[in-house]
Write a protein that binds this ligand. Structure first.
Ligand SMILES: Cc1cc2nc3c(=O)[nH]c(=O)nc-3n(C[C@H](O)[C@H](O)[C@H](O)COP(=O)(O)O)c2cc1C
Length: 325
C-alpha cells in the first residue's frame, strides 16, 4: 500500500490548511469528541497544543499521504510523559478513505520512526464516545493500562481510556507464564483470563490452567507463575493453598491474587487477612500479591457480581512492567 508520512511545519499555512481539510473531511471524529463539527481553527490548535512540560519541538505533525493525495493526519508528542515514551495525540483518516487499512499502515510507519528514535513505549488516550477508536488501537496491539481520566469538551462529558504499547515489543516473547486459577463462583477464573490476555498482548507466552481440573506436574518450563484463588467462610480455597505449598514454586517468579467479598470494600484488609499469612507460611516472595473484588453472596445461593476487570488489567500491566524491567 502506497502510504507515506510527511512531516508538516507549524509555520506553513499550506500545512495547517491540509490538516484542516482532513479534519473537515472526517467530521464524525470532531462530533464524537466535542459534540460539534470541526471549527475553522482546529488545525492550528492541533499544531499549537502541548501537554504540560513539553516543548514545541517535541510535537510532530504528519500528513498521511496516499500517492499525491493527503488522506489523513497524525500528531504525536515525543518524550511525554516520560523521556522514552511517545504520546499519540491523533491519527485520523478522511471518512471517504476509511476502511482500507490506511490508518493501520500509517501507525506502522509512525512506530518505525519511534523505534529509530529509541522510544520504548507508545501511549494514547481514547475518548469513550468515539467507539471505533478503542477496537482500532487494540487491534494494533495497544493494551488498556487501567487508567481513566474524566473528559469534558463542549457538550461531551465522557472518560478518557489510556492505552499503551511497547514499541516493537508486542511480538517479542517476554516470558513463558502459567496462570493457574481455583474458582467456584467464576470471579477468579474471569480475572485469570483477563490477566492472560494482557500478558499475551505484552508478548508473554501464556498457559491458563484451571487448577481444580488439571494438575501441573512440571513448573520448570515457566519463567513466571501467576496463581489466583477465591475464599469462602474465611478459608482460602484448598487447591489454591496446596498449589502455593509446592516446593518447586520456591525460587520461581510468582504473583498471587485473591478474589474475595472483603476486597470489595477493603482490598488491603483482604490481602493482609487471607494472602499475606499464606505467602509467609510457604516462604514465598511474590513479585506482587493482591486481593481483587469478588462476587458477593446475597442469600438464596445467589451471587452479586462485584468484580472489576479494570483492576485485573492494571495489575497485569504492572506485573508485565516488573517482569520486563
Ligand atoms: C458461601 C460463601 C462464603 C464466602 N465467604 C467469604 C469470606 O469469608 N470472606 C470473603 O472475603 N469473601 C467470602 N465470600 C465471597 C467470595 O470470596 C467471592 O464470591 C469470590 O468471588 C470467590 O471467588 P470465585 O468467584 O473465583 O469462586 C464467600 C462467598 C460465598 C458464596
Amino acid at each position: 500500500m502506497d502510504v507515506q508520512l510527511v512531516r508538516l511545519s507549524p509555520s506553513s499555512e499550506d500545512d495547517i490548511g491540509s490538516v484542516q481539510e482532513v479534519l473537515e473531511d472526517a467530521p464524525g471524529y470532531s462530533v464524537a469528541v466535542t459534540g460539534r463539527p470541526p471549527a475553522d481553527d482546529d488545525a492550528r490548535s492541533l499544531f499549537d497544543e502541548l501537554p504540560p512540560g513539553s516543548h514545541r519541538e517535541d510535537k510532530l505533525v504528519f500528513a498521511i499521504r496516499q500517492g499525491s493525495r493527503v488522506v489523513g493526519c497524525a500528531d504525536v508528542v515525543v518524550g511525554y510523559p516520560e523521556a522514552s515514551t511517545v504520546f499519540v495525540g491523533l491519527l485520523l483518516v478522511r471518512e471517504r478513505d476509511q476502511g482500507h487499512g490506511i490508518g493501520a499502515k500509517a501507525y506502522e510507519l509512525l512506530e518505525e520512526q519511534f523505534r529509530k528514535r529509541g522510544l520504548k513505549k507508545a501511549r494514547l488516550a481514547v475518548v469513550e464516545t468515539n467507539p471505533r477508536a478503542l477496537p482500532f488501537w487494540e487491534r494494533l496491539g495497544f493494551v488498556r493500562t487501567g487508567e481513566r481520566r474524566e473528559y469534558s469538551c463542549g457538550e461531551v462529558s465522557s472518560s478518557l481510556v489510556l492505552l499503551e504499547k511497547r514499541i516493537g515489543g508486542a511480538s517479542r516473547m517476554e516470558a513463558r507464564t502459567l496462570v493457574g486459577h481455583v474458582s467456584s463462583g467464576g470471579a477468579t477464573r474471569d480475572y485469570a483470563r483477563i490477566i492472560g490476555e494482557i500478558l499475551t498482548s505484552r508478548g508473554h507466552e501464556v498457559k491458563i490452567v484451571d487448577l481444580k481440573r488439571e494438575k501441573v506436574d512440571d513448573l520448570s518450563p515457566f519463567d513466571l507463575v501467576v496463581v489466583g484463588m477465591g475464599v469462602r467462610m474465611f478459608m482460602v480455597y484448598r487447591k489454591g493453598k496446596q498449589f502455593l505449598s509446592r516446593e518447586d514454586l520456591k525460587g520461581k517468579r510468582v504473583a498471587v491474587f485473591l478474589s474475595s467479598a472483603m476486597a470489595i470494600e477493603d482490598p488491603e484488609k483482604a490481602k493482609e487477612r487471607f494472602l499475606s499469612p499464606l505467602i509467609e507460611r510457604h516462604g514465598l516472595e511474590p513479585i506482587m500479591h493482591d486481593a481483587f473484588p469478588g462476587k458477593m453472596p446475597v442469600g438464596g445461593g445467589k451471587l452479586q457480581d462485584r468484580t472489576d476487570p479494570e483492576v485485573a488489567r492494571k495489575w497485569a500491566n504492572a506485573l508485565a512492567d516488573r517482569v520486563e524491567s
